[in-house]
Design a protein around this ligand. Structure first.
Ligand code: HAX
Length: 444
């Protein structure tokens, strides 16, 4: 058994009694209450999920296994001659909560390489999809096409003890994760580079090989590592994480579950916002037709036009966060170091300067500050990835790290099938002490 799997096994055995005691002795203890606003309003703030892999504080932002983003980057072993850590080390860290040594990290790097090769039928499926398929539809389809590879399903069908579920889930998740960068790069080159594919380089780590198969030179390998780690996990209630968890709770394997989670990530209010940010910015420049010769007033007018036409400003606002997203800040710091004078970065910075005040003045958004998606596209654009339809695929590769670690733990702790309760509108009216008959007159 690998060091990672062995460490994970020990952690699971240590953790199980904590969950069991809470369930057995404290199941009736209240965590919170649910209001009508929450029942209708997307369950915002309802504390009804458990994960130890990351926690999102509204003001501090994300912590992975207790570490902030800068602490995480500083703690993990770095790829030689790189500023960023091995993504494989981060996988070890998310799964176990332990920072791996260099040796333990390299063991995972080698393990991923062994599992990296993508079955040819996946590419056949991709090639047969309609030419104008969105890259996220292709990505989701590619993941789903491998479902019959599932070791969990094979062992379940043979009759497996519940306590063992985590083991084949871990195997499936690692097999799937190892292949995702190659699948992403294949989609990119199939759609935008005349189908000219680049073979994997087995000397390279997960992030480095993604850059290689995309056809992009250093420091894009570091961009990839940074991007994947930053986008990995944002606790469990966001659409992609919750969907993956929900589908997996029916004991659907990780191929079904991740494919579903990716479908959720593809929505413009969630991961697709990073594509929308670039689209909004390029539309702004094109409509104005003045090149880089715009003013703050031009930007303000365009933002108000967007709001006044009933649309959202992509990349701003958040369901949980109430300050600038530290994932935004981390990428902004990267830009300040590597591309401080890049015109598009200057425009993104100007949008950052003026948007929060405008959203506050409009008075609707609870959080006027930028989220991760406001700052990621400009980095991709700078390094030559200008096909914004592809951005969410890279988000999805990163998000997979978090959600796959989570469902491995879901199976380890025996979390049951998820099944919240719904009520009718009449029931809510009864709780509120109002009657729909009162509205009949006003509707006439
Ligand atoms: N521009 C305009 N209006 C906004 C807004 C924005 N950026 N953010 C919120 N609002 C509006 C909402 O649409 C809502 O309007 P209505 O009352 O008319 O329905 C009102 O402000 C209250 O919304 P909220 O409570 O502040 O925000 P929600 O929790 O409902 O939604 C969203 C959070 C992220 C979906 C929202 O802020 C939004 O649509 N932002 C723009 C899209 C975006 O950047 N999404 C990515 C978020 C991060 C992420 O998941 N990345 O993957």
């Amino acid at each position: 058994m690998s060091t990672l799997k062995n460490t994970l096994k020990k952690k699971i055995e240590q953790h199980r009694p904590r969950t069991t005691r809470l369930l057995k002795e404290y199941a009736g203890t209240k965590v919170g209450e649910v209001t009508i606003g929450q029942a209708i309003g997307g369950a915002r703030g309802v504390k009804m999920m458990v994960t130890d892999i990351s926690y999102l504080d509204p003001f501090e932002g994300i912590r992975f296994r207790g570490k902030t983003i800068p602490e995480t980057f500083a703690a993990l072993p770095k790829v030689p001659n790189s500023d960023y850590p091995y993504v494989e080390a981060f996988w070890y860290f998310l799964l176990t909560g332990e920072v791996p040594t260099e040796k333990q990290t390299l063991e995972v790097v080698e393990d991923f390489k062994k599992r990296r090769e993508v079955p040819k039928y996946v590419f056949d499926v991709l090639e047969k999809m309609p030419e104008d398929s969105h890259p996220m539809a292709l990505f989701s389809m590619a993941i789903l096409s491998m479902q019959q590879e599932s070791k969990f399903v094979a062992q379940y069908n043979e009759g497996m003890n519940k306590m063992e579920y985590w083991d084949p889930t871990y195997e499936d998740c690692t097999n799937l994760l190892a292949k995702l960068p190659s699948i992403g790069a294949y989609i990119y080159r199939m759609k935008y580079k005349d189908g000219k594919q680049i073979k994997a380089d087995n000397k390279l780590d997960w992030g480095g090989n993604f850059a290689h198969q995309m056809g992009l030179d250093a420091p894009y390998d570091d961009v990839a590592r940074m991007y994947f780690i930053l986008h990995s996990d944002h606790e469990s209630g966001n659409v992609s994480a919750h969907t993956t968890h929900l589908v997996a709770s029916a004991l659907s394997d990780c191929y079904y579950s991740l494919s579903a989670g990716i479908n959720g990530l593809a929505g413009p209010l969630h991961g697709l916002a990073n594509q929308e940010v670039l689209r909004w910015t390029m539309n702004f420049l094109e409509k104005l037709g003045k090149g880089d010769d715009y003013t703050e007033d031009d930007v303000k007018k365009a933002l108000w036009d967007t709001l006044n036409s009933g649309q959202v400003i992509p990349g701003y606002g958040h369901a949980v966060l109430r300050k600038t997203d530290p994932r935004y800040t981390s990428q902004r710091e990267f830009c300040l170091k590597h591309l401080p004078d890049y015109p598009l970065f200057k425009l993104i910075s100007m949008i950052y300067k003026v948007t929060p005040d405008i959203l506050v003045e409009q008075g609707k958004a609870k959080n006027p500050w930028p989220n991760v998606d406001a700052q990621s596209g400009v980095i991709q654009w700078y390094y030559g990835v200008t096909e914004w339809d592809f951005y969410t695929v890279m988000f999805g590769i990163g998000r997979a790290i978090g959600v796959l670690a989570n469902i491995t733990w879901d199976r380890a702790l025996g979390y049951p099938i998820e099944r919240p309760k719904s009520v009718t509108t009449t029931m809510l009216e009864e709780v509120a002490g109002v009657s729909s008959a009162e509205l009949a007159g006003s509707a006439k």
